[in-house]
Design a protein around this ligand. Structure first.
Ligand SMILES: [Zn+2]
Length: 79
């Protein structure tokens, strides 16, 4: 006699695929619930909620990051 539960029949390919398909859709739904994207008021690009727009650098109508200013390459370390 077996001491642990043993499946009576082999799981079919279809049942396995159904299970993993359901898992995939469930995970996608959870991810879309966590990450909510909104349109930027200034440029209309997709941005994260409560975050600065990465395209134009504005947050709630205020210019937070100067996007025209290019970041200079650091070649030497100033001590
Ligand atoms: Zn923007």
């Amino acid at each position: 006699m077996s001491k642990h539960p043993v499946p009576k029949k082999k799981t079919t390919k279809r049942v396995t695929k159904q299970r993993y398909g359901a898992f995939k859709t469930r995970k996608l739904k959870q991810l879309t619930a966590i990450v909510s994207l909104t349109d930027c008021d200034n440029c209309g690009a997709k941005k994260l909620n409560h975050n600065t727009c990465t395209k134009c650098g504005t947050y709630r109508g205020r210019q937070v990051i100067d996007m025209n200013k290019k970041a200079e390459k650091i070649t030497t370390i100033k001590a």
